[in-house]
Design a protein around this ligand. Structure first.
Ligand SMILES: Nc1ncnc2c1ncn2[C@@H]1O[C@H](COP(=O)(O)OP(=O)(O)OP(=O)(O)O)[C@@H](O)[C@H]1O
Length: 302
């Protein structure tokens, strides 16, 4: 069931078209990842969806919204670089955000306590935000975006600037949020999307180059991969593997070789046999299905 339907979304900056007609839906109760390298147009897209930036063309329709209704109340947004008043405590900050979002004094107070618990910073609620860790600040930012019970929460690169501990905290929170609301988050870290999200949108040069669930993407790019690490340059061993019937492609990078094939079992068995018969100087062998990174590299043609 679509929560939001986006059709032909465009953005020009002084004649330079950076978002080139996006069509996609955000499904109710799902977590969607907006993926793409730096400059792909993720922030611009999120800013248009959140109402902070006027699109140059296209439409954004909330299925549940009445005609002419202000959609901002449906949306919670955490920008890539949120700004806090460092002297405020976490509790004060959320209360303040609640009042700005139009909650009554009582509602803001109650929702603040509820969210401090949900995002796991209740113990630090009396501490100034300036003393919070990066992960805590980001969780406070997510709580702020949820304060008015939006139907959709959008997070711009919520984990990219965090250390591994902070990253884990926020990813676990995102996992939990899926039960609360619909989530759209942008990232250039493909693993994070793979871990948390149901739906994937790949943005490249302002266009969606691939979209679907992880299973749909894997199905569409049905390939497996066997990775070999050699003692020495992989290039000199390439010929021995390239002629096998099941091999669909080979990538070589220094001492590493990636062999792509449609059938993982057949490829693994075959490659192990070649390795054993030829006594190649292998230090590592690993077989796996396509990761999001492989799929992304494939669709952007690198
Ligand atoms: N206000 C602006 N004026 C002119 N060009 C802009 C403006 N904002 C963004 N752009 C350009 O639009 C393109 C997309 O930028 P955007 O910030 O949306 O990408 P992104 O995918 O979020 O990248 P990043 O991960 O680096 O934040 C870039 O080429 C950028 O230079």
């Amino acid at each position: 069931m679509p929560l939001v339907q986006i059709r032909g979304l465009r953005k020009n900056f002084k004649g330079n078209e950076v978002i080139k007609g996006l069509d996609f839906v955000l499904k109710k109760g799902k977590c969607t990842a907006l993926l793409g390298p730096n400059g792909a147009g993720k922030t611009t897209t999120l800013r248009m969806l959140s109402g902070l930036m006027e699109p140059s063309g296209g439409t954004i329709d909330f299925t549940d919204a009445k005609k002419g209704e202000d959609i901002r109340k449906f949306i919670g947004y955490l920008p890539q670089f949120p700004v806090y008043y460092n002297w405020m405590t976490g509790q004060e900050f959320l209360n303040y955000a609640g009042r700005l979002a139009g909650l009554s004094k009582k509602e803001a107070k109650e929702r603040t306590e509820e969210l401090l618990g949900l995002v796991g910073i209740a113990d630090a609620k009396k501490r100034p935000v300036g003393k919070y860790s990066g992960g805590m600040k980001q969780r406070l930012g997510i709580a702020q975006a949820l304060i008015h019970r939006p139907k959709l929460i959008m997070l711009d690169e919520p984990v990219s600037a965090l250390d591994p501990f902070g990253r884990r905290e926020v990813l676990e929170l995102l996992e939990k949020l899926k039960n609360e609301t619909t989530v759209l988050f942008s990232t250039h870290i493909l693993n994070d999307a793979e871990e948390v999200c149901d739906e994937i949108l790949f943005l490249h040069n302002g266009e969606i180059v691939e979209a679907g669930t992880m299973d749909e993407l894997r199905d569409r790019h049905k390939q497996s991969r066997v990775e070999l690490q050699f003692k020495g340059q992989a290039e000199e061993f390439k010929k021995a593997f390239a002629s096998a019937g099941y091999v669909q492609g080979i990538e070589v990078d220094g001492s590493q070789m990636k062999i792509f094939a449609s059938d993982l079992d057949e490829a693994t068995k075959g490659i192990l046999k070649i390795v054993a018969d030829g006594e190649f100087p292998i230090t590592k062998i690993e077989s796996s299905r396509m990761t999001l990174e492989d799929i992304f590299m494939k669709v952007v043609g690198k």
